[in-house]
Design a binder for this molecule. Structure first.
Ligand code: SAH
Length: 352
């Protein structure tokens, strides 16, 4: 089997080169090329014979772009990334004045089963490797370079695509360490957000890793009863346990936690529930990100009106909880998360 070099750190690549009988400096060279998105053919400071030899033994770029869609509204690009085994995941490139943000997937599908999420409908096919997660970024950078923006790079990363990052903990941690390597894509972890549905033991373990990313917790409910309606994970860990783990993360890292809260009509969006949420979060260094639910017709759940969002937001603010409404981007290029992949690879279309 070919070695996937994209997931190796400089030390491991140097070791790998040594094992092939190559001098150690080749490891450094190859690492830098891979993180610039190059395949072996483009590695011009390697002898041609070596490039040919490497092609037979290893994979430099484990991800390619199968499909892109560009939003006419705001230039958001939705990618369908293809792995070498044919599995596909989605990525979204969003443009902000402070640079480009890529939403990265961590698994092919997801096994968490949240009631509102399209990514989980067929379960999880497999975990992505660190090299594949990095490959998503390299593809997006290549896309920018090939589409007239050679100076633009992915500047921020959010682990909010398909998958539960903490269900693929080791590879996600490896990916985060690769990201910040100065010889690589060199994305500082302060520019990275990781979103979890709240796997409590992993939240605690992650607090010990010394990886200063922003932790987002998909809370979506002010109490256990409501959370269990939306998220099966709530049957394993209570809201109180998620809160304790969040508090621990704040204590350990000194960073505030972001709580994501998708407003679902008739389920979690009433003003009294905003008050309950405010009581739950009181005293915790945090911020609430309100997300109007992207309707998922398969799930029979409905989003809320702008007036309902405003009311919920105003209630939280009146209770002194820092909160904002998440800006929506790329509305015209595919609805809820996971739906492009479903359409393109599974042939599933939504009734409109
Ligand atoms: N598994 C992780 C990250 C992936 S989902 C997590 O649960 O956090 C990223 C965010 O999108 C999560 O907050 C998730 O709850 C939210 N999300 C999923 N489907 C959605 C939908 N249909 N509308 C709005 N938000 C959704």
């Amino acid at each position: 089997m070919s070695a996937v070099l994209a997931g190796m750190d400089p030390r491991e690549l140097t070791e790998w080169c040594r094992a092939q009988g190559l001098p150690a400096f080749r490891g450094k060279q190859i690492f830098a090329w891979i993180h610039r998105g190059a395949d072996f053919d483009a590695m011009t400071n390697l002898p041609a014979a070596l490039r040919e030899e490497l092609k037979g033994k290893a994979v430099a770029q484990p991800v390619s772009i199968r499909l892109t869609r560009v939003s006419a509204l705001d230039g958001t690009v939705k990618f369908l990334f293809e792995m070498r085994d044919g599995h596909c995941v989605e990525g979204v490139l969003m443009r902000y004045h402070h640079g480009c943000t890529l939403c990265v997937s961590t698994q092919v599908g997801c096994r968490m089963g949240c009631a509102f999420c399209a990514s989980t409908l067929e379960g999880c096919a497999r975990n992505l490797s660190a090299g594949e997660m990095l490959g998503e970024i390299l593809c997006a950078n290549r896309y920018l370079a090939e589409n007239g923006e050679p100076e633009t790079r992915v500047h921020n990363v959010v682990l909010m695509g398909s998958g539960e990052p903490f269900d693929n903990y080791d590879e996600v941690v490896r990916f985060l360490r690769l990201l910040r390597d100065p010889e690589g894509v060199c994305i500082g972890l302060r520019n990275v957000s990781l979103s979890t549905c709240g796997l409590v033991p992993k939240m605690r373990a992650f607090a010990e890793e010394d990886l200063p990313v922003t932790l987002s917790v998909s809370l979506h409910a002010p109490n256990d009863a409501v959370r269990r309606r939306l998220m099966p994970v709530a049957n394993t860990w209570s809201v109180a346990e998620v809160m304790d783990a969040s508090r621990y993360y704040v204590e350990k890292t000194g960073r505030r936690v972001i709580f994501e809260y998708a407003l679902v009509d008739g389920v979690n969006a009433a003003p009294a529930q905003a008050e309950e949420l405010a009581r739950l979060l009181r005293g915790l260094q945090c911020h609430v990100n309100l997300i109007p639910l992207n309707d998922v017709p398969e799930r029979g759940l409905k989003g809320v009106t702008e007036a309902q969002v405003k009311r919920f937001l105003d209630t939280l603010t009146a209770c002194h909880i820092s909160a904002t409404r998440r800006r929506e981007m790329g509305d015209d290029i595919e609805g809820a998360c996971g739906q492009l992949r479903r359409r393109e690879t599974l042939g599933i279309r939504n009734e409109t």
